[in-house]
Design a protein. Structure first.
Length: 347
């Protein structure tokens, strides 16, 4: 059964993500001892399990590496995690000559169609900067197509969005194909996966078999990258505190991994008031949009020349409530809420 809607979007997108069959992380803020400086393979912010030989002074302390070298640790409450990283993390730009020795965030943006994927990349860029990892962009996943769950049909980011603007926001960004050319596929294989999922979809009884599930591996046209460990899934709301976006990446095993893979990471962070838009369409895409809008603009100017033409967005999509094929999908048990929230109008 199909439903057609005309959606007038005002900077919001229907955020959907399906759960990976895994443990669910606690959503209640807590605290943990964390490395306050890089030591013994641990980056700043990594969870640290006390061994009993530490020198503790309230919420701060000194721990020792396996070779006996001292380093600082701090007890950090989850709600303060982002400010702790800002305070302790040195600002570092990736050295192009040592790119292959760096630390990477392989971002899987498959949380819906184009705009949801764009928002996911905006979130991934913010998280990569906080973690001081190089963000790896595989591209935009093409829907619909026959192999929606495990396909490798990706459109390069640079074909759609201005990479110069992206790198003005955070310079440590590289497209997947460029990284493979420079470092080979092994650098992304045997990674650690950090999954997220939208709370509304977690609570839904209708699950699409292909839509947004965190895969046990990641496929590109040139290679398949396998995950050796998957951390507990973190439920997300449309707007989230920054610590919930960062927490899984700093767990034991994930923090020290050279490459971590994220999936379902889509949320607007309000802790830091981050509103910058980094994924801006290329000039070619903007010109194509202008050509598309020209008849509408001309019609408006002829009918009401005294008022300037303004159109924020006109988004025409077909949604269905069947999970048999890829495309826009509305689980039936919260379709009405989504209709109201996204200002859908049935036509």
């Amino acid at each position: 059964m199909f439903s057609s809607f005309l959606s007038f979007t005002l900077g919001l997108s229907n955020v959907c993500a399906l759960p990976f069959d895994s443990k669910v992380a606690s959503t209640d803020p807590g605290h943990a001892w964390r490395a306050a400086e890089a030591a013994d393979g641990l980056p700043v912010g990594a969870e640290f399990i006390l061994k009993g030989d530490e020198l503790l002074f309230g919420s701060r302390g000194i721990a020792f590496t396996s070779s006996g070298e001292p380093f600082h640790i701090e007890k950090v409450y989850d709600a303060d995690l982002d400010s702790f990283l800002q305070r302790r993390m040195p600002a570092v730009e990736t050295d192009a000559d040592n790119l292959c020795q760096g630390r990477f965030l392989l971002h899987d943006p498959r949380v819906g169609l184009l705009n949801n994927q764009r928002i996911s990349y905006e979130t991934g860029l913010m998280v990569a900067e906080a973690l001081q990892r190089t963000l790896v962009l595989p591209g935009f996943f093409k829907f619909p197509h026959p192999d929606a769950y495990d396909g490798d049909q990706w459109v390069p980011v640079r074909q759609l969005f201005n990479m110069s603007v992206v790198k003005e926001c955070y310079s440590n960004v590289i497209e997947l194909e460029d990284l493979l050319d420079q470092c080979g596929p092994d650098i992304l294989d045997n990674h650690v996966t950090v999954p997220f999922a939208g709370e509304a979809t977690l609570n839904s009884n209708t699950k699409s078999p292909w839509f947004n599930g965190t895969r046990p591996h990641f496929r590109s046209p040139r290679a398949t990258f396998h995950s050796v460990d998957t951390k507990p899934l973190m439920p997300l709301k449309l707007e989230e505190q920054m610590w919930r976006l960062l927490h899984g990446f700093l767990r034991t095993g994930a923090a020290s991994a050279q490459t971590v893979r994220s999936h379902g990471l889509i949320a607007k962070n309000y802790t830091m008031g981050h509103t910058q838009v980094c994924f801006v369409p290329t000039l070619q895409i903007q010109r194509m949009a202008d050509i598309f809008l020209a008849p509408t603009r001309e019609k408006h100017n002829n009918s009401d020349p005294d008022k300037p033409f303004h159109l924020l967005a006109l988004h025409l999509r077909r949604f269905k409530r069947s999970a048999e094929r890829s495309g826009g999908f509305l689980p039936s048990d919260y379709a009405q809420i989504t209709d109201n929230f996204c200002n859908f109008r049935q036509i």
